[in-house]
Ligand binder design. Structure first.
Ligand code: PNS
Length: 160
């Protein structure tokens, strides 16, 4: 039996913390689909197309990973892809409440889909896409925080 997992998120932009979860998840599941949420209500720094492209450029070293985008309910997308698992990373206790709420509603909506949590590597427990944007916006180098394609893209966005 092939287990397909979906790793959903905003990825605005993808950070080294996300990459760590994807690399480790790819060793556990047969296939991982990294799914960028196309949320019309948010104003992201990077468009969905840019976020998908940055993820693709940052994941060329992993064979069993693909990148896609989705709209609407996550569980509907998971079923459409014949996947059975949602992967989410947990950085700290502060992530727990939001993640528990999401996992619970997702299970209520679709009991056949399981959510798997992975603890983020301690080196990245402080890292978030928002923090990365803050650092880059004020002219600091984000090269230790994000993959090289994202560093370049941030530099272009903020005209450094
Ligand atoms: O990276 P993020 O922003 O923390 O990711 C949040 C995400 C995309 C996992 C979550 O917002 C989501 O699943 N959105 C899709 C809509 C949905 O299914 N919501 C939960 C049930 S109401």
């Amino acid at each position: 039996m092939t287990t397909i997992a979906v790793y959903p998120g905003s990825f605005d932009p993808v950070t080294n913390g996300h990459i760590d979860i994807i690399e480790r998840g790819a060793k556990v599941f047969d296939e991982i689909i990294v799914a960028v949420l196309n949320n019309q209500r948010k104003t992201p720094l990077f468009s969905v197309e840019e976020r998908v492209q940055l993820l693709e450029e940052s994941l060329t070293h992993i064979n069993n990973v693909s990148v896609d985008s989705f709209q609407g309910l996550l569980v509907d997308y998971v079923k459409e892809k014949n996947a059975s698992v949602i992967v989410r990373g947990l950085r700290a206790v502060s992530d727990f409440e939001y993640e528990m709420q999401n996992a619970s509603i997702n299970r209520k909506l679709e009991s056949s889909v399981e959510t798997f949590f992975m603890m983020t590597n301690n080196n990245y427990s402080y890292l978030s896409s928002s923090i990365v944007k803050e650092v880059a916006r004020y002219g600091r180098n984000a090269e230790d925080l994000v993959p090289p394609p994202v560093e370049r893209a941030l530099r272009e966005k903020y005209q450094r």
